[in-house]
Design a protein. Sequence first.
Length: 218
Amino acid sequence: MLPINEVFETIQGEACMTGTPSVFLRLQACPVGCPWCDTKHTWALDPARQVAVADMLAKTDDADTWAAMEVDELLATVQAFRARHVVITGGEPALYDLVPLTTLLIAHSYSVQIETSGTHPIRVHPDTWVTVSPKLDMPGGLPVLPEALARANEVKHPVGKPADVERLLGLDLGRVPRSLIWLQPISQSPKATALCVDEATRHGWRVSIQTHKFLGVR
């Protein structure tokens, strides 16, 4: 059983998969505590906020309610949408063993991506695309794991100030091609955006913007 906050179809708006029609599976619970997080309603896994699957699927607001779902239920839910790419996000999805879910989805010819902070072991099918968005020096006090960085297909780093870039440079990113290291300006602020452009140019990285927000979709 996995705790699911919401399931919805949109486009992937960030990093390498930008523009890809996707079904998002948002899992509940996250201990990282990023101050700028735009999904703080997913942090707590409160048993009192568990609801029926139908109620979870029907909600339209950012609520902390969640439903427990088996992997076969999740497959059936995904199959009701048209997109063939599945993004598993959170919350912090790496809190959970996602091998059964990712294996089932890939067996049914879906491409699968996970978005994680890199603070927990990543348990997924080998063909899963892993996006590590390293959360460094966050209130949760959790380190970014070397094994998570070693598994990353791409790194997407939130940047608000120069110190954020310095923290990224302190990580062992040797396995990730420079062209797959993305700087993403926090809240799209002009200062952060200019910093990302400058540092990406300096290091041979890329800039990721939250395209879905510019398009006015989820």
